[in-house]
Design a protein around this ligand. Structure first.
Ligand SMILES: C[S@@+](CC[C@H](N)C(=O)[O-])C[C@H]1O[C@@H](n2cnc3c(N)ncnc32)[C@H](O)[C@@H]1O
Length: 209
Protein backbone atom coordinates (compact mmCIF):
# COMPACT_ATOMS: atom_id res chain seq x y z
CA UNK A 1 0.00 0.00 0.00
CA UNK A 2 1.45 3.39 -0.93
CA UNK A 3 2.02 5.97 1.81
CA UNK A 4 -0.78 8.31 0.69
CA UNK A 5 -3.38 5.52 0.66
CA UNK A 6 -2.20 4.24 4.08
CA UNK A 7 -2.40 7.69 5.62
CA UNK A 8 -5.90 8.15 4.12
CA UNK A 9 -6.99 4.78 5.62
CA UNK A 10 -5.58 5.71 9.06
CA UNK A 11 -7.46 9.01 8.95
CA UNK A 12 -10.66 7.31 7.80
CA UNK A 13 -10.42 4.79 10.68
CA UNK A 14 -9.76 7.55 13.21
CA UNK A 15 -12.81 9.42 11.95
CA UNK A 16 -15.02 6.32 12.16
CA UNK A 17 -13.87 5.62 15.74
CA UNK A 18 -14.65 9.24 16.59
CA UNK A 19 -18.10 9.03 15.03
CA UNK A 20 -18.78 5.71 16.75
CA UNK A 21 -17.88 7.27 20.08
CA UNK A 22 -20.72 9.81 19.95
CA UNK A 23 -23.12 7.36 18.34
CA UNK A 24 -22.51 4.76 21.09
CA UNK A 25 -22.57 7.36 23.84
CA UNK A 26 -25.99 8.57 22.62
CA UNK A 27 -27.29 4.98 22.63
CA UNK A 28 -25.97 4.34 26.13
CA UNK A 29 -27.47 7.55 27.44
CA UNK A 30 -30.82 6.90 25.71
CA UNK A 31 -30.75 9.81 23.31
CA UNK A 32 -32.23 9.18 19.86
CA UNK A 33 -29.35 10.96 18.04
CA UNK A 34 -25.72 11.89 18.55
CA UNK A 35 -26.62 15.54 17.84
CA UNK A 36 -27.31 15.97 21.57
CA UNK A 37 -23.58 16.41 22.19
CA UNK A 38 -23.46 19.46 19.93
CA UNK A 39 -26.02 21.21 22.11
CA UNK A 40 -24.22 20.01 25.23
CA UNK A 41 -21.00 21.61 23.96
CA UNK A 42 -22.82 24.81 23.01
CA UNK A 43 -24.37 24.93 26.47
CA UNK A 44 -21.04 24.22 28.22
CA UNK A 45 -19.49 27.13 26.34
CA UNK A 46 -22.29 29.72 26.44
CA UNK A 47 -24.36 28.62 29.50
CA UNK A 48 -27.65 29.24 27.73
CA UNK A 49 -29.82 26.67 29.55
CA UNK A 50 -31.16 27.18 33.07
CA UNK A 51 -33.90 25.68 35.22
CA UNK A 52 -37.38 27.13 34.80
CA UNK A 53 -36.76 28.49 31.29
CA UNK A 54 -39.18 28.58 28.37
CA UNK A 55 -37.53 27.06 25.31
CA UNK A 56 -38.64 26.81 21.68
CA UNK A 57 -36.92 24.02 19.73
CA UNK A 58 -37.25 24.25 15.92
CA UNK A 59 -36.43 21.24 13.75
CA UNK A 60 -36.54 19.04 16.82
CA UNK A 61 -37.02 15.46 15.54
CA UNK A 62 -36.02 12.83 16.52
CA UNK A 63 -35.79 14.72 19.82
CA UNK A 64 -32.27 14.64 21.29
CA UNK A 65 -32.03 18.38 21.86
CA UNK A 66 -35.59 18.37 23.21
CA UNK A 67 -34.82 15.62 25.72
CA UNK A 68 -31.56 17.31 26.80
CA UNK A 69 -33.30 20.68 27.26
CA UNK A 70 -36.20 19.13 29.15
CA UNK A 71 -33.75 17.80 31.75
CA UNK A 72 -31.97 21.15 32.02
CA UNK A 73 -35.10 23.30 32.44
CA UNK A 74 -36.90 20.85 34.75
CA UNK A 75 -40.61 20.78 35.68
CA UNK A 76 -40.81 24.54 36.28
CA UNK A 77 -39.83 25.14 32.66
CA UNK A 78 -41.81 24.87 29.43
CA UNK A 79 -40.56 23.53 26.15
CA UNK A 80 -42.24 23.61 22.74
CA UNK A 81 -40.71 21.44 20.01
CA UNK A 82 -41.69 21.60 16.32
CA UNK A 83 -40.66 19.48 13.36
CA UNK A 84 -41.98 18.40 9.96
CA UNK A 85 -41.62 14.84 11.27
CA UNK A 86 -43.30 13.45 14.37
CA UNK A 87 -41.25 13.45 17.58
CA UNK A 88 -41.86 9.98 18.92
CA UNK A 89 -39.69 9.64 22.02
CA UNK A 90 -41.06 9.76 25.57
CA UNK A 91 -40.77 13.26 27.00
CA UNK A 92 -41.78 14.80 30.33
CA UNK A 93 -45.10 16.61 30.69
CA UNK A 94 -43.57 20.10 30.53
CA UNK A 95 -42.74 19.44 26.87
CA UNK A 96 -45.30 19.93 24.09
CA UNK A 97 -44.45 18.71 20.60
CA UNK A 98 -46.02 19.67 17.28
CA UNK A 99 -45.65 18.21 13.83
CA UNK A 100 -45.61 21.16 11.48
CA UNK A 101 -43.69 23.46 9.17
CA UNK A 102 -41.86 26.34 10.84
CA UNK A 103 -42.34 28.30 7.56
CA UNK A 104 -46.10 27.84 7.66
CA UNK A 105 -47.26 26.88 11.16
CA UNK A 106 -50.84 25.75 11.81
CA UNK A 107 -52.99 28.26 13.71
CA UNK A 108 -52.98 25.72 16.59
CA UNK A 109 -49.19 26.03 16.88
CA UNK A 110 -49.25 29.83 16.70
CA UNK A 111 -51.99 30.00 19.34
CA UNK A 112 -49.97 27.78 21.67
CA UNK A 113 -46.79 29.84 21.15
CA UNK A 114 -48.74 33.00 21.96
CA UNK A 115 -49.86 31.37 25.20
CA UNK A 116 -46.32 30.40 26.28
CA UNK A 117 -44.31 33.39 24.93
CA UNK A 118 -42.05 35.18 25.54
CA UNK A 119 -39.33 32.49 25.38
CA UNK A 120 -35.91 32.59 27.07
CA UNK A 121 -34.25 30.56 24.36
CA UNK A 122 -34.97 29.67 20.72
CA UNK A 123 -33.00 26.80 19.18
CA UNK A 124 -32.87 25.82 15.54
CA UNK A 125 -31.12 22.66 14.42
CA UNK A 126 -33.22 22.72 11.22
CA UNK A 127 -31.48 21.26 8.22
CA UNK A 128 -32.60 20.89 4.61
CA UNK A 129 -32.65 17.58 2.77
CA UNK A 130 -29.25 17.80 1.11
CA UNK A 131 -28.97 17.44 -2.67
CA UNK A 132 -25.18 17.20 -2.88
CA UNK A 133 -25.17 20.46 -4.85
CA UNK A 134 -23.12 22.65 -2.51
CA UNK A 135 -24.59 26.03 -3.41
CA UNK A 136 -28.18 24.80 -3.42
CA UNK A 137 -27.73 23.17 0.01
CA UNK A 138 -26.08 26.30 1.41
CA UNK A 139 -28.87 28.50 0.06
CA UNK A 140 -31.60 26.29 1.55
CA UNK A 141 -29.79 26.15 4.90
CA UNK A 142 -29.53 29.98 4.89
CA UNK A 143 -33.26 30.19 4.17
CA UNK A 144 -34.05 27.91 7.13
CA UNK A 145 -31.69 29.85 9.40
CA UNK A 146 -33.31 33.15 8.36
CA UNK A 147 -36.76 31.76 9.05
CA UNK A 148 -35.59 30.58 12.48
CA UNK A 149 -34.19 34.08 13.09
CA UNK A 150 -37.53 35.60 12.13
CA UNK A 151 -39.30 33.25 14.58
CA UNK A 152 -36.74 34.03 17.30
CA UNK A 153 -37.27 37.79 16.92
CA UNK A 154 -41.01 37.29 17.23
CA UNK A 155 -41.06 35.05 20.30
CA UNK A 156 -37.88 35.76 22.30
CA UNK A 157 -37.95 37.98 25.35
CA UNK A 158 -35.47 40.82 25.82
CA UNK A 159 -32.24 39.25 27.10
CA UNK A 160 -33.14 35.89 25.51
CA UNK A 161 -30.72 33.75 23.48
CA UNK A 162 -30.80 32.14 20.03
CA UNK A 163 -28.86 29.19 18.58
CA UNK A 164 -29.07 28.46 14.87
CA UNK A 165 -27.44 25.93 12.58
CA UNK A 166 -26.26 27.04 9.14
CA UNK A 167 -24.09 25.40 6.48
CA UNK A 168 -20.74 27.13 6.03
CA UNK A 169 -20.48 29.46 3.06
CA UNK A 170 -20.65 33.17 2.29
CA UNK A 171 -24.10 33.44 3.91
CA UNK A 172 -22.74 32.78 7.40
CA UNK A 173 -21.24 36.25 7.68
CA UNK A 174 -24.44 37.82 6.25
CA UNK A 175 -26.53 36.09 8.90
CA UNK A 176 -23.98 37.03 11.54
CA UNK A 177 -24.40 40.70 10.55
CA UNK A 178 -28.19 40.36 10.72
CA UNK A 179 -27.99 38.79 14.19
CA UNK A 180 -25.71 41.60 15.42
CA UNK A 181 -28.56 44.07 14.89
CA UNK A 182 -30.70 42.13 17.35
CA UNK A 183 -28.33 40.51 19.88
CA UNK A 184 -25.71 42.10 22.12
CA UNK A 185 -23.18 39.42 21.23
CA UNK A 186 -22.96 36.96 18.32
CA UNK A 187 -20.56 34.01 18.23
CA UNK A 188 -19.84 31.31 15.67
CA UNK A 189 -19.17 27.84 17.07
CA UNK A 190 -18.37 24.44 15.53
CA UNK A 191 -18.75 21.72 18.20
CA UNK A 192 -16.12 18.97 18.30
CA UNK A 193 -18.93 16.41 18.15
CA UNK A 194 -20.05 17.80 14.78
CA UNK A 195 -18.63 15.51 12.10
CA UNK A 196 -15.47 16.94 10.59
CA UNK A 197 -16.78 16.48 7.08
CA UNK A 198 -20.09 18.16 7.98
CA UNK A 199 -20.46 21.67 6.62
CA UNK A 200 -22.58 22.79 9.53
CA UNK A 201 -21.68 25.50 11.98
CA UNK A 202 -23.72 27.28 14.67
CA UNK A 203 -24.37 30.94 15.35
CA UNK A 204 -25.20 31.89 18.92
CA UNK A 205 -26.98 35.18 19.55
CA UNK A 206 -26.70 36.21 23.19
CA UNK A 207 -28.97 38.62 25.05
CA UNK A 208 -31.62 39.98 22.68
CA UNK A 209 -31.53 43.78 22.75
C1 LIG B 1 -30.63 17.59 12.21
S1 LIG B 1 -32.33 17.28 12.40
C2 LIG B 1 -32.63 17.85 14.04
C3 LIG B 1 -32.08 16.94 15.11
C4 LIG B 1 -32.60 17.32 16.49
N1 LIG B 1 -32.08 18.61 16.93
C5 LIG B 1 -32.22 16.29 17.52
O1 LIG B 1 -31.30 16.55 18.29
O2 LIG B 1 -32.82 15.21 17.55
C6 LIG B 1 -33.01 18.54 11.42
C7 LIG B 1 -34.54 18.55 11.42
O3 LIG B 1 -35.01 19.76 10.81
C8 LIG B 1 -36.33 19.48 10.36
N2 LIG B 1 -36.82 20.55 9.48
C9 LIG B 1 -36.31 20.93 8.28
N3 LIG B 1 -37.08 21.90 7.74
C10 LIG B 1 -38.08 22.15 8.62
C11 LIG B 1 -39.20 23.04 8.63
N4 LIG B 1 -39.44 23.87 7.60
N5 LIG B 1 -40.03 23.02 9.70
C12 LIG B 1 -39.82 22.16 10.71
N6 LIG B 1 -38.78 21.30 10.77
C13 LIG B 1 -37.92 21.28 9.73
C14 LIG B 1 -36.17 18.13 9.69
O4 LIG B 1 -37.42 17.49 9.56
C15 LIG B 1 -35.20 17.41 10.66
O5 LIG B 1 -35.89 16.56 11.54
Amino acid sequence: MCLAVRSYKVQENKMKQYQDYYFKKAKQENYPARSVYKLQEINNKFKILKTGQKVLDLGAAPGSWTLFCSKKIGPRGQLVAIDLKPIEIALPKWVVTFQGDVFDPDPEITAYLEQVAPFDLVLSDMAPKTTGVKFADQARSYELAQEAFFVAQKWLKKGGHFVVKIFTGPDVSSLQQELRQVFQQVKQFKPKSSRQESKETFLVGLRKK
